[in-house]
Design a protein around this ligand. Structure first.
Ligand code: NAD
Ligand code: ZN
Length: 357
């Protein structure tokens, strides 16, 4: 098909306190006594949010360990254990940052698809719809709540399960849930959204659909990080919608250089998505001059540290691993640099870029 016919999220509820409506939202999707499984970011263990989960019958809360970004092995283990314990479940509800939401999407898909989640890393490889799935962000920025992918690190690659079966059936956007996030983490994840906007708006795949969402998301990021003094409830409201719109923008375009390069860092060094993108974007003046200038301003204004020299002392083999992982991301490079990207982003040039980080 020439034009992408993409699947979107089924239902969206937005507003401060809308998390309280979760029980009602889930009720029609309960199948007999098959439980709802709540994958809750481990940060919330013993915190008030854990006590607000509307448990019924055999429902279960699993604290998602997101010390590392989701791995295919973790997804497979969770799905296997759930199948052993319950046979089938009514749904999977992911409550947390991008990592927990991605885990929830992947576990939902692996409740019905055979084999390992690693078999489905790529584009349109998933064969069957998963079980009912709900995404509830507690950090804003990744756009994982709206995307048709779930980013997983597998035995040989870091790549998403991109498919029409991947988007959530329901998302619950309650900005109150992001209120207590630590300043640095909130910045790194928020900058993921800012970088999505720049990469989408500056990319060759751009069209009016992506532009409309990208410009709005960018404006919201600028209001939060450039214009406002301090952080308040309105900042949480705005950033949550920026994340949503930023995700919608890349749905019909692509991300670019920062993401392609940071995937290599993540694979080799385990650098997390938000901070990794910031480390890379900081050095991308040649590709995104205006965006990088504004980014540096936001870093300064918000008093954030961007780690430096993280690739110092790596071996040739390690640099080559990062380069290999990065160059697999063909659509990202093509969006950033055009059809001839392979001539522009040679291995030597990419190595020089990695050495700057
Ligand atoms: P995260 O989910 O990895 O969480 C980062 C840290 O913040 C964790 O320690 C977590 O426990 C903590 N945390 C979460 N919510 C909190 C809160 N309200 N208060 C305090 N701490 C909180 O971070 P992220 O930046 O949201 O997500 C990054 C992940 O998202 C990566 O795995 C990346 O691959 C993925 N991602 C997915 C997509 C997609 O389209 N599917 C897009 C971009 C990124
Ligand atoms: Zn991103």
């Amino acid at each position: 098909m020439t034009f992408r016919n993409f699947k979107m999220v089924g239902y969206v509820v937005y507003g401060r306190g809308c998390f309280n409506q979760l029980d009602e939202l889930l009720a029609p999707h309960r199948k007999g006594d098959a439980p709802m499984i709540f994958l809750l970011d481990h940060y919330f263990e013993n915190r008030p949010l854990a006590r607000r989960i509307p448990l019924r019958g055999k429902d279960k809360v699993i604290f998602a360990d997101v010390s590392y970004e989701p791995k295919t092995s973790y997804v497979d283990r969770l799905a296997t254990e759930l199948k052993q314990e319950f046979g089938t479940v009514s749904g999977i509800i992911g409550i947390g940052g991008g990592s927990t939401m991605d885990l929830a999407k992947a576990v939902s898909l692996m409740m019905t698809n055979p084999g390992s989640s690693a078999d489905y890393q790529g584009w349109d490889l998933v064969k069957l719809p998963g079980v009912y799935k709900v995404g509830i962000p507690t950090l804003s920025g990744t756009g994982a709540e709206v995307s048709r992918t779930t980013v997983l690190t597998g035995p040989t690659k870091k790549l998403g399960m991109n498919s029409d079966f991947t988007p959530f059936d329901q998302i619950v956007l309650d900005p109150e849930l992001t209120a207590d996030a630590p300043v640095n983490q909130r910045f790194y994840t928020g900058m993921d959204c800012y970088i999505h906007c720049i990469e989408s708006l500056e990319g060759t795949y751009l069209n009016e659909f992506s532009k409309s969402y990208g410009e709005k998301a960018l404006q919201l990021c600028q209001e939060v990080y450039v214009k406002k003094q301090g952080w308040d409830a309105d900042s949480d409201d705005k950033l949550m919608m920026a994340s949503y719109a930023g995700g919608m923008s890349i749905a019909y375009s692509q991300v670019g250089v920062a993401h392609a390069v940071s995937y290599g860092l993540a694979y080799l060094l385990g650098t997390k998505h938000g901070i990794g993108n910031c480390i890379v974007f900081d050095k991308l003046e040649e590709f995104y001059p205006e965006g990088v200038r504004e980014f540096k301003k936001m870093v300064e204004k918000n008093k954030i540290d961007i780690p430096q020299h993280i690739t110092k002392g790596l071996t040739d083999e390690q640099f080559n691993t990062m380069i290999d992982v990065s160059l697999v991301m063909k659509p990202l490079w093509e969006n950033a640099l055009g059809k001839d990207w392979e001539k522009i982003m040679t291995r030597d040039r990419l190595r020089a870029l990695y050495e700057k980080l």
